[in-house]
Design a protein around this ligand. Sequence first.
Ligand SMILES: NC(=O)c1ccc[n+]([C@@H]2O[C@H](COP(=O)([O-])OP(=O)(O)OC[C@H]3O[C@@H](n4cnc5c(N)ncnc54)[C@H](O)[C@@H]3O)[C@@H](O)[C@H]2O)c1
Length: 434
Amino acid sequence: MNLTVIGAGYVGLVTGTCFAEMGNKVYCVDVDEDKINNLKKGIIPIYEPHLATMVIDNQAKNNLFFTTDLKEALDNTNIIFIAVGTPQNAGGSVNLSFVYDVAKQIAGIISKDSLIVTKSTVPVGTGFEIKKIINENKINDVNIEIASNPEFLKEGVAIEDCMRPDRVIIGTEDEKSAEILKELYRPFVSNHDRFIFMDVKSAEMTKYVANAMLATKISFMNEIANICECTGANIQSVRLGIGSDKRIGYKFIYAGCGYGGSCFPKDIKGLINTSVEKGYIPKILSMVDEVNEVQKMVIIDKITSKFGNDLSNLTFAVWGLSFKPQTDDVRNAPSITIIGELLKRGTKIRAYDPKAIESFKREIDDENITFTKSKYDALDDADALILITEWKEFRSLDLDELSKRLNQKIIFDGRNIYSKRIEEEGFELFQIGC
Ligand SMILES: NC(=O)c1ccc[n+]([C@@H]2O[C@H](COP(=O)([O-])OP(=O)(O)OC[C@H]3O[C@@H](n4cnc5c(N)ncnc54)[C@H](O)[C@@H]3O)[C@@H](O)[C@H]2O)c1
């Protein structure tokens, strides 16, 4: 099949590349000229395991093309995926301007009957609005069908998620569009049927509800962790105790210093906003969001309990800046809130992350932050270590190295990855809920 994917970001680039890997011809279109020029040269704008090789291979096979020229792409294809960003507006509503701009651009170019598939996460009803915009502005007499095919990939394991999806949600208005998408995805789900067909609005809603459910599990566990701390119970034991119940399960029940990323925070707020707009005030979702905002500050509370409110003469080593391991994405990462708060209080930061230093610098580049080349360099003359993101390389500690380099043997473990046993070596360990 010949496809266009509009938006070569985390989602568009990964899914476009995976479609190409299955032998389709894919045009990836982006407005960012530098990004497209680099992609043509095989320079990948994001860190995502296995992506670079696949992009290079599929370009060489003439299955994957990068362009800023939407017309070139649409002239060669009749299935068009929209994968541009849907960031959060100041009040929490979803910014659909990129999606609607794309719809207008398509209308001004499209010259053959096409299927327009929304992959971006968009509020219920957006697909119909896209269709309306295209039909009202199209310059040629063509027939447009729409579909919603939300993306569930997880950054860090995005290629695997795309190549072997848990499920493929296909929301359409007509049988033919559903068949086209089924055929496109067939190679990805060949071992057993993972298609779930539904109407467009339900597909749009499914994406938000999946993220809302996962965020709810995290905020729930964070709240329980805080209750554990007040009562002397240990969240780690409680987690194991409840996870063993098959109805609950072990996944997504880890307490920590809050969820972040480009999806959960904005999608929860987006769903709240949609709901309020339609006249329903959601109670659980609002609390999920509120608990998460407060949770990002729990580490700061622990730091001030230990060092007092004046942190101005202190230096902290920070391990982990990305919102989760295996990605360079720092959008809405707890590291931004925690480091931002420490800087406000006049501390110095020595930060290390395996992949996210450059993207973090684009968010905060302060003279009081030193970015280091290794995790141990970050410890030099620091008064404590703060672990924010649980990259694998942080899991095992060389306690001799820590003792030599840190001024004080203190660790704030925002992801509960360290064992209390290190306290026997003279370390003070502060964790979440235990
Ligand atoms: N990142 C994730 O893990 C993830 C997972 C599932 C769903 N989503 C959703 O997918 C969508 C895309 O997210 P992302 O993380 O890939 O965003 P992103 O910001 O990484 O990429 C968006 C890309 O769209 C491009 N763009 C903007 N306007 C354009 C236009 N008019 N024409 C062509 N390109 C244009 C931008 O230049 C950018 O490269 C969002 O709705 C997001 O919520 C993201």
